[in-house]
Write a protein that binds this ligand. Structure first.
Ligand code: NAD
Length: 347
């Protein structure tokens, strides 16, 4: 297929994985380092499709611009889609995503954060390289027998449940759409959010960012948690009120925080800013805590996931240009991956 794709926020690893997979598709891909936003939308002129990632801003002005340039398809290289104004897109721009590329990758990264924080691997690494072989300050705890609270039992949450069960942890889960068949088979139970907050030694977030979940971890919810609780967020930064998190890290209520995402990550994450000053005081404060581990939205970043992202994205575009049913379309009416199989297209 020789359709032209404007590919935004292209990193060297994206180019590599897409170029390999595109050998089977033959799209004409132009890679742009820039994020897609109001200032850069013009770069898409002359293209048949745009392809974006989590920190591109697809709001109404951007959508209007794309549509003016006869672009009818936006291919997200992500599962999450909170950066798209679906109301503005409905009826003029199809939006497709990659619903699952490797839930294991993200779940395993959540576990990496838990273990590193618990056993202070980040500190031990620097210490031994500096010739310091002391164990003072590195005391951890057994995961075995502790309680993990998993918020959101979708694809990633379920992978995490099975890993943590392997550690011999007691697992509690919360989801507004509980699946009792799954819970019985997995040998664990759904509880209220309140019970999960009160009982868990480790709380890990695996729900989408929605108006209901924004700042769900805040001063009130933290006050219900155990002292010294560990909070892991590999989902979306805005699930946590970062100011409240910092207050409770300072008070000692929160014992550990593992953050693969951050409320204002778009300025920093995925970029090398090592030669500059950090002007975001909240991020700078977070980076000072020895019991906070921040990774730069790398949960998805495995070879398997990159391959799957490229394959599903290019297949989504192929379905569109072939005029068929878009299996991974998200639309304003359906509010999720569109399952209207009786229609060829949502609109
Ligand atoms: P999923 O759609 O399979 O599962 C999400 C689950 O959250 C569903 O079971 C849903 O019922 C539940 N949910 C919805 N509203 C909720 C609420 N108010 N409270 C609790 N649970 C709620 O999604 P997934 O593939 O498991 O991904 C989860 C999140 O992980 C995504 O939304 C995305 O933000 C994030 N993610 C991060 C990375 C990364 O690299 N760090 C990669 C992929 C996905």
């Amino acid at each position: 297929m020789d359709n032209k794709i404007a590919f935004f926020d292209a990193k060297p690893y994206d180019r590599k994985s897409f170029d390999v997979v595109n050998r089977n598709f033959g799209f004409d891909i132009t890679y742009f380092d820039a994020h897609l936003n109001r200032d850069t939308a013009e770069l898409s002129a002359g293209s048949d499709a745009v392809c974006t990632f989590v920190n591109d801003v697809i709001d109404k002005p951007v959508i209007d611009h794309l549509v003016e340039h006869n672009i009818r398809i936006l291919a997200l290289r992500s599962a999450g889609y909170n950066n798209v104004d679906f109301k503005a897109a409905y009826g003029c721009l199809h939006v497709v995503r990659v619903p699952a590329y490797s839930p294991q990758a993200v779940a395993e990264h959540a576990v990496a954060l838990m273990l590193s924080l618990n056993r202070k691997i980040h500190k031990a690494y620097s210490r031994t390289r500096d010739g310091n072989f002391s164990l003072n300050g590195l005391l951890g705890f057994d995961m075995f027998g502790k309680t993990a609270g998993i918020i959101g039992t979708g694809k990633i949450g379920r992978c995490l449940v099975s890993i943590l069960k392997g550690f011999g942890m007691n697992v509690l889960v919360y989801d507004p759409y509980p699946d009792s068949t799954y819970a019985t088979a997995a040998g664990m139970r759904y509880v209220s959010l309140n019970e999960l907050y009160q009982e868990s030694d480790i709380i890990s977030l695996h729900c989408p960012l929605t108006p209901q979940t924004e700042h769900m971890i805040n001063k009130t919810s933290i006050s219900r948690m155990k002292d010294n609780v560990m909070i892991i967020n590999t989902s979306r930064g805005k699930l946590i009120d970062t100011a409240a998190l910092i207050d409770e890290l300072k008070s000692g209520k929160i014992g550990f925080a593992g953050l693969d995402v951050y409320e204002e990550e778009s300025e920093y994450f995925f970029e090398d800013r090592s030669a500059e000053l950090i002007t975001d005081d909240v991020l700078a404060r977070l980076l000072t805590f020895p019991n906070v581990l921040i990774t730069s939205h790398q949960g998805f970043f495995t070879a398997e996931a990159l391959h799957n992202i490229a394959e599903t994205t290019l297949n989504n575009l192929k379905e569109f240009f072939n005029g068929g049913y878009l299996r991974n379309e998200i639309c304003y009416q359906c509010g999720k991956t569109c399952l209207k199989k009786q229609h060829k297209r949502c609109f």
